[in-house]
Design a protein around this ligand. Sequence first.
Ligand code: PLP
Length: 382
Amino acid sequence: MTFLSKRVQKVPPSGIRRFFDLVLGSKGVISLGVGEPDFLTPWNIRDEAIYRLEKGHTTYTSNLGLIELRNEISKYLANQFSLSYSSEELLVTNGVSEAVDIVMRAFVDDGDEVILPEPTYVCYRPLIELCGGVVVPLDTSLSEFVPRADQIESLITEKTKAIILSYPNNPTGQSIPFSELEKIGKIAMDHNILIITDEIYGDISFDPFRSIAEISDIKNNIIYLNGFSKTHSMTGWRLGYIGASVDHIEAINKIHQYSALCAPTLSQYAAIEACKSVNEVPKMKQSYMERSRFFANYLNKLGLETLLPKGGLYCFSKISHLEDSSLQFAEKLLNQEKVAVVPGSVFGVGGEGYIRSCIAINFVDLKLAAERIGSFVKSYAK
Ligand code: PLP
């Protein structure tokens, strides 16, 4: 007899973490595993947190987040993405991770269907299922990892509550063209469905990025998620935010106020500075772009088909001609060549047959990792 709820028993542990427990045990490994920027948080942001700490700004904030921060996020979204969210339409969270959790809990009832284009980031599926929701996957590997509006529409039933979009995508690096987003928006309106859009890599898009939340007549149907982890190299600060209508924010905040109270106060002060200092971001973006171009081109030459990423920190490469199981490929690569990548299977339907490599490591190691993958690929010919 277990004390655990049936829902928790059904949820598997994160595939990324399970694989990286293996990596921790081995020496001399080059890790292309965890999706984390390799830049330090810019100094002015750290400095602001130190200043606030010295001043003793260590109490709770309002549940919604500091009003000064919400005002700055509002300006940031207007300047960077032409999005219009007032401070009342914003809720500051403990990373986008908490945002996804409380959004699912606010909207998903038992039996509700949620359309999820996969492969995609690992948290959506378990968090939907923990609410009793049913994931309806859309395999984007059949359309170069870009979901089309007609494919989404074909999956809609009476039970469909929401569609999740997460672009530029982790792990594939692909984005949805704005013309397609307009069609998806129209479908959501016609069928009265919610669009939950996680745009945490929006500011690390190599092409000019346009958000679906720009389309003003569907704004009520949109839950917009973003955060500071990737764009501003602030993964450990745990800061994200939700943009939605005031009614929706109030409802989501009911869960946030009981489960989190507020996002970390020092991080919120630091984030005010982050919103104001956008000049570091283009440099970081340029560097991610150069590294991902190098890596994708190198792996393509090795015969591991890799689409050029449109943004983010990852390359997604096909390995199915060498190995049926991406987990087996990743384990062998780790053991033989000491390079850690994430098996594509952990990212859901359509991910098997691929590996994800995070390119946010120094160029010397990235080149060495690419060469080691080259030696590994050659070992299959023997
Ligand atoms: N959303 C996506 C698409 C991600 O790739 C990640 C982290 O890798 C997260 C959310 C989690 O972000 P945060 O650090 O803000 O919780």
